[in-house]
Design a protein around this ligand. Structure first.
Ligand SMILES: Cc1ncc(COP(=O)(O)O)c(C=O)c1O
Length: 445
C-alpha cells in the first residue's frame, strides 16, 4: 500500500455521506458537480455550512479553509457586514430590469483604488472579464492576435484556453512554446490567434512579441500566476512587458482576477506597473458571482451605446446585479490598507514556516507565492514558470492534498492556498502542524 492508498482509505472511511452524495450527484451532474476545479478523486466533500475560516461537510467533519472559494473570500465566510448588506439588498429585490444605484458606488470604489481605470463594466465571472477585455482590445486596435504566457489560466473560453497546462512533450521549445489547444470542443482555429510566451523569461518574451508586433491586439498577463502555484512575476518581467507594449503601441492587459487581492489597488499597485486594461473577479464580488473589466476611456467608451456605429454590444442579464454589488461594496469597504498589511504578513509567515518544515524534514518540495497567496510545489526545482511547475510529482501532490483533508485542512486540488483576513496565527500553525503529520506519514521524518 502506498502512502496515497492509506490516505485515501482513511478519507473514504471518514466521509461516507459525501461518498454517497457524490454517487447520487454523478447520476445528474457529470463527475458529481459543475466545476472541475473542485473535483478530486475518489470524490469531493460536500459542504453544508461555512463560517469564518471553518467549513463543515455533510459528514460533520470540520476543516480550516485555505481555499476561500479560489481566493475569493478575502474576509472569510459569512462576514457579518457582507451578510447584512445582502439581507438589506434582498429586502429591496434581487435583480432589476434597470440599473441599481449600488453598482455606481461599486464602480466608483474600484476606479478610485485602481488609477488605471477610467471606466469599468461588470460581468458575472472572470471568464467573461477576459473575454470582454480581449474583445475590447480587438475592437480598439482592429487586430486579432493576442500574446499570453504558457501555464496561465485566464478563464474558460475558446480564445484563451490555449497552453494552460499543455503536455510538455507537445508544447514545443521552452523558449518559444507552441500554442496547444487544451481540450476537444475548443475551436482549433483559436490557436492561430494566440502566441505563447514563457512566463518570467525576458529575452524570450521580447523576441516573441517583437516578431509579431504589427499583428498584436494585446499582451495579457497575470501579475501573479495562479495556475502554476501563485508565482509572482519578476518585477523586471512585468516592466519589460510594459515598456515593450508602450514602445510598440500594443494594449497591455493585466488579469487581476486573483492578484487583485495583493493590495488595495491590486497587483498593479503592489508592483507599481500600470496596464491599459484590467480584468477582475473573485474578491470584488464579496463571495457572489462576479467579473469586471476596465481601463482607459478611449477603449472603454466603445461600450457606450451612444458611442456611434462602432460601439461594442454588451448585454448580460445579471451584469452589475445589486446582490453582487452589495456584497462587493461591503467587502471592499472592509479592505483597509491595514488589512492588506496583515494579509501580507500572514502569507509571508506561513510560507516561511513551510520552508522551515521542508528543510527540517528534508522533503523534495518547495513553496511558492506572494502576499496572501501560497502553493506547495512537489519538486526541488525553483518554480518560476510553467516548465518548472510541470516537474511536480503528481502522486506526492495527491498524497499531501488528501492527507491534509484527513487532518482538517482544505487546500485546492493543486495544493494552492491563501489566507484571509480572518485567519489567525493559530490557523497558520495548525496548517504547518498538519502538514508535518502528513509528511511524516509519507515517510519523511
Ligand atoms: C487569473 C484568472 N483569470 C480568470 C479566471 C476565470 O474566472 P471565473 O472562474 O470567475 O470565470 C480565473 C479563475 O480562477 C483566474 O484565476
Amino acid at each position: 500500500m502506498t502512502a496515497l492508498d492509506t490516505e485515501i482509505a482513511t478519507y473514504t472511511e471518514a466521509n461516507p455521506k459525501s461518498k454517497q452524495m457524490h454517487e447520487r450527484a454523478a447520476e445528474v451532474l457529470p463527475g458529481g458537480d459543475t466545476r472541475n476545479s473542485i473535483f478530486w478523486n475518489p470524490f469531493p466533500v460536500y459542504i453544508k455550512h461555512a463560517e469564518g475560516t471553518q467549513l463543515t461537510d455533510v459528514d460533520g467533519n470540520v476543516r480550516t479553509d485555505f481555499v476561500n472559494n479560489m481566493t475569493t473570500l478575502i474576509m472569510g465566510h459569512r462576514h457579518p457586514d457582507v451578510v447584512a448588506a445582502l439581507h438589506d439588498q434582498v429586502d429591496h429585490g434581487a435583480s432589476y430590469p434597470a440599473p441599481a444605484p449600488s453598482a455606481i458606488k461599486w464602480a466608483e470604489i474600484l476606479c478610485e483604488r485602481v488609477p488605471s481605470l477610467d471606466k469599468i463594466r461588470f460581468v458575472n465571472s472572470g471568464t467573461e472579464a477576459t473575454l470582454n477585455a480581449i474583445r475590447a482590445v480587438r475592437a480598439y486596435t482592429g487586430k486579432t492576435l493576442v500574446a499570453k504566457c504558457e501555464g496561465a489560466y485566464h478563464g474558460n473560453h475558446d480564445a484563451i484556453q490555449i497552453s494552460v497546462t499543455p503536455p510538455v512533450d507537445k508544447a514545443g521549445n521552452a523558449e518559444r512554446p507552441d500554442p496547444v489547444v487544451m481540450f476537444p470542443g475548443i475551436n482549433p482555429g483559436a490557436a492561430d490567434d494566440i502566441i505563447i510566451m514563457p512566463y518570467n523569461n525576458l529575452d524570450a518574451a521580447e523576441q516573441i512579441i517583437r516578431s509579431r508586433a504589427d499583428e498584436l491586439a494585446a499582451v495579457i498577463v497575470e501579475p501573479i500566476n495562479g495556475q502554476c502555484g501563485m508565482i509572482p512575476a519578476k518585477p523586471e518581467f512585468l516592466q519589460l512587458l510594459r515598456d515593450l507594449t508602450n514602445e510598440l503601441d500594443i494594449p497591455l492587459i493585466f488579469d487581476e482576477v486573483i492578484s487583485f487581492r495583493a493590495a488595495r489597488g491590486g497587483a498593479q499597485e503592489w508592483y507599481g506597473i500600470t496596464p491599459d486594461m484590467t480584468c477582475f473577479g473573485k474578491v470584488i464580488g464579496g463571495g457572489l458571482p462576479v467579473g469586471a473589466f476596465g481601463g482607459k476611456d478611449e477603449i472603454m467608451n466603445l461600450w457606450d451605446p451612444n458611442h456611434g456605429p462602432d460601439f461594442v454590444q454588451h448585454a448580460g442579464t445579471f451584469n452589475g446585479n445589486p446582490m453582487t454589488a452589495a456584497a462587493g461594496v461591503a467587502t471592499l469597504e472592509l479592505l483597509t490598507p491595514e488589512v492588506y498589511e496583515e494579509l501580507e504578513r500572514k502569507g509571508e509567515k506561513l510560507r516561511q514556516m513551510i520552508r522551515d518544515l521542508i528543510a527540517e524534514l528534508e522533503v523534495p518540495m518547495g513553496v511558492t507565492g506572494a502576499t496572501s497567496l501560497f502553493a506547495l510545489q512537489f519538486t526541488t526545482e525553483a518554480v518560476t514558470d510553467y516548465r518548472s511547475y510541470a516537474t511536480n510529482d503528481k502522486q506526492m501532490l495527491q498524497t499531501v492534498f488528501t492527507g491534509l483533508l484527513n487532518e482538517g485542512i482544505l487546500m485546492s486540488n493543486r495544493c494552492a492556498g491563501n489566507v484571509s483576513a480572518v485567519h489567525t496565527d493559530e490557523d497558520l500553525e495548525k496548517f504547518v502542524a498538519a502538514l508535518r503529520r502528513v509528511l511524516v506519514r509519507a515517510g519523511y521524518a
